[in-house]
Design a protein around this ligand. Sequence first.
Ligand code: PEP
Ligand code: MN
Length: 365
Amino acid sequence: MPHMQFQPVFETKKRPILIAGPCSAETEEQVLETARALASQGIDLFRSGIWKPRTRPGAFEGVGKVGLDWLKMVKEETGLRVTTEVANGQHVELALGCGIDVLWIGARTTVNPFSVQELADALRGVDVPILIKNPVNADLKLWIGAIERIYQAGIRRIALVHRGFSKYGEVKYRNVPQWELPIEMKIQFPDVQMICDHSHICGNRHMLLEVAQRALDLNYDGLMTEVHPDPDSAWSDPEQQVTPLHYGEMVEELIVRKPIATDKDLLYKLRLLRSDIDDIDEKILELLAKRMIIAEQIGEYKRENNIAIYQPQRWRDILENGLRKGVALGLSNECIGHLMKTIHQESINHQSKVMNEPLEVDGKG
Ligand code: PEP
Ligand code: MN
């Protein structure tokens, strides 16, 4: 795929970009009441699901196309831009017919290349901005594939929505954020705006602020939040929706960080600290290289004595030791686990290379 050049979905320089509205459109009154309250708070895009992809049948599956008329009323009355989820070609046709400004592709659709291709085909030749949510499972290739399919249809205004990843047995989050994945997307697509859908990550109200702040600290462009006039009686996702009042208070509490430092004094201090970090990184690399030389020496003994490279008991000892020491030094279990595994794997690779070199026989070269 040749290099992709994107355009912003949101022109505003203001951060965070705010997308808010009910999980689902339920009634004309509920949609308009929410929109009025949010318009007065200056949000950038009003969201509302019309067709709801529910995991199990029998749950509320959306009001369908009548809801598009309510979104049209929102536009006319409040001047807000509006967005809804589309999952097939017919949704695209109906939504565009009603003047919906932005379309979003949900997590259960991004996961399916057939569906994404159907959407791409329906979007060919249309200039409408598209928000692409991450797929339900933590597979970056599916997310990237969806971007490519939509891009190939000629769409250039594409933004990404991080809504977390489904994980069996998880209890803290409804969908675990796995922040390293959207960060990787930002590295691969630096000019694509990244929005955090903290409502679907949290699945509850009490963590919304904390997760939104984390997203801003990571330099996200905006937030998507589910807002309902009476959250407890919402027809879908009642636990995670908040009232417009609660929403406004939360937005007020957010601390917006500058994307880059500009103050001279601060830049100087940062440069000093960063140069310390560079020195430490260099030392870590030198130490790793030393470790590999020793691993290779061990590899030679193993080759000469015909011993297997991988010694499970030794690996368990290394990991246990690392965890004990690392935790005492204030490092997380997760970091130590990844680090030790990577180092150990690199040692095995070095040893394998040595083990597979032909044995030198005395007197011969
Ligand atoms: C939604 O935004 O209402 C929704 C269904 O989200 P997701 O696709 O992230 O589950
Ligand atoms: Mn929802």
